[in-house]
Each structure stands twice: as C-alpha cells, then as structure tokens.
Design a protein around this ligand. Structure first.
Ligand code: DAK
Length: 254
C-alpha cells in the first residue's frame, strides 16, 4: 500500500492502493505514518515527497471502512485522528505531489503537507457533504485559511471539485506543472531543500506553521527567537562564510 524510495537526500513515499484510488484506510494511514517517521528520523534524508498515482493522489478516507462506524465508538477510539495527524509531527519539509483526485481526506492530507505541487490533471475537493458528513481532518479549517471563506463554503457545502488551475488561482497549491513532469519536479524541490541547512529548514517550517496558530505579534516573537537561535548553528557560520568566500556552502553540521 505504501512504497518508499530515496532520490539523493529526498525521501519519496508513494500511496499505492490502485484498486480503491488510494482510499486512505486505517492500515494505509498506519503505513504512511511509519514511513514518514522513518524518513524524519533518517539523517540522510532532508525532505520528503508524498505522491499517489496518475489517476489519484487519494480519493478520500475509505468509505467502505467508515460506513459501519458509530458514535461514541468513533470518539472513544479517536477514529482516524490518531493516525491522520502523523504528518503534522514531521519536522522535515513534506511536499505533496498531486495528480488526479485529491478528494476528502486526500485533499486534507495534501493540505497538511508543507508544499502542494499539482499536476495539470489534479482535482481537489471536499465531497463529504454528499455522503452525509463533513470534513473531519482539517478540511473546513485549513481550506478556509488557504482559499478564503466563500470558496471554502462553496466547496464544502456543494462538494464542487476544483481543477488544478482553479486550485492554483485559489492559493491551494504552490504551482501547477505538466503531469509528466510532476514527480521529477517534486523531487527536484525536495532535493533543493535537502541541500540547505536542515536545522534552518526545520525552523523555517515551524515558523510558518505558527502563523496559522497564533496572533501576528506572537508569531513574530516566535520567528525572532528561532532566527536568533540560528546564530548558534554551524550552518549559519558556514552559509555566511561561503557567501563571502564565493564558494558553495556545505551544510549539515547543525
Ligand atoms: N473509499 C473507498 N473506495 C473508494 C473510494 C473511497 N473514498 N473512492 C473510490 N473508491 C473505489 C470505488 O469504490 C471503486 O471500487 P470498485 O467498485 O472498483 O470495487 C474504485 O475505487 C474505483 O472508483 P470508481 O469506479 O468510483 O472510479 P471513477 O473514476 O468512476 O470515480 C471518483 C472516481 C474519485 C470520482 C469516485 O470514486 C468517488 O467519488 N470517490 C469517493 C470520493 C469521496 O467521496 N471522498 C470523500 C470520502 S470521505 C477524519 C479524517 C478524514 C476523513 C474523515 C475524518 N478524521 C481525522 C476524524 C475523511 C473523510 C473522507 O474522505
């Protein structure tokens, strides 16, 4: 269900459950979480790419598995919650490379990643309302922050699916690339990040994420502390010395 590869310092995770368009079952999410934590702990990896197939990044949580769930069991077991948020614990940058369907939990998983790159075939939507439920893994919250209230309301209330082009215009994705180039481009971005200072990359990610959870004043204060702390890192000394020596920096010393 999950395949992993490494490309230089980039870790690649492929969702591979083609018979169900990569529907995110409990077992798949468990495997995805383990792969993410494995790459996060591996010093040879600097950034991670999650991708699906040409047809689907993921068509949502597994409806077959969900249909017989009942409250309060859902609550008691922390249904899905426990497994779905592993990606948020990863400190290295995570790139979602999305082709085809990214629906429901698939769209939510992409939004939990740090950068979303979309193929021109990508389709983003939160169709939960058509199943008699609503998004449950951030689909109302992260979507509203990304695309604004009116578009988020339209998507969540009607289930309308956005094309890659519309998703780019709505700031849901960083960039759209031709489908044939998606994976190479995502790996290129991951390798580029992975060649930089790992500690600065982790702090940059943390600082931007704080923007979504704090007031501006608190966020800037947090950014300032991280910024100041980087002056204790070998990578800061190396980066600045390399610039002044007109040579390529060699990061990774922390
Ligand atoms: N679950 C299970 N199976 C799925 C599936 C899904 N989400 N999506 C597709 N499949 C299966 C289909 O049943 C079909 O299986 P067979 O009939 O061949 O056995 C196979 O994949 C191929 O699908 P189709 O035959 O339907 O293919 P089409 O090209 O005709 O249509 C489609 C593609 C993506 C438009 C269609 O499959 C579709 O509408 N899929 C469902 C999309 C959807 O409604 N997704 C939202 C699910 S609800 C939470 C976290 C997350 C969630 C909730 C809580 N917590 C942390 C608390 C998330 C909820 C959801 O995602």
């Amino acid at each position: 269900m999950i395949k992993t590869e490494t490309h230089g310092r980039a870790g690649l995770i492929r969702l591979d459950r083609p018979e169900a368009l990569n529907a995110l079952s409990d077992a798949l999410m468990e495997e995805l979480g383990a792969a993410l934590l494995g790459f996060d702990a591996d010093p040879a990896i600097g950034a991670i790419v999650i991708t699906g197939s040409e047809r689907a990044f993921a068509a949502g949580a597994d409806i077959r598995e969900m249909q017989d769930r009942r409250f309060p069991g859902t609550f008691r077991e922390d249904f899905i919650g426990a497994r779905w948020e592993t990606v948020l614990r990863v400190r290295k940058p995570v790139i979602a490379a999305v082709a085809g369907f990214a629906l429901g939990g698939g769209c939510e998983l992409a939004m939990m990643c740090d950068i979303v790159l979309a193929a021109d075939t990508a389709k983003f939507g939160q169709p939960e309302i058509t199943l008699g439920i609503i998004p449950g893994a951030g689909g109302t919250q992260r979507l509203a922050r990304a695309v604004g209230k009116s578009k988020a309301m339209e998507m969540v209330l009607t289930g309308r699916v956005l094309s890659a082009e519309e998703a780019e215009r709505a700031n849901l994705v960083a960039r759209v690339v031709p489908a044939a180039e998606l994976l190479a481009e995502a790996i290129k971005v991951a390798e580029r990040i992975a060649a930089l200072s790992p500690v600065a990359a982790a702090m940059a990610k943390q600082a931007i994420n704080v923007a979504f959870e704090s007031t501006l004043r608190e966020g800037v204060r947090h950014e300032r502390q991280l910024f100041l702390s980087l002056f204790g890192s070998a990578d800061q000394r190396e980066g600045m010395a390399a610039f002044l020596d007109k040579r390529k920096p060699r990061f990774g010393e922390g």
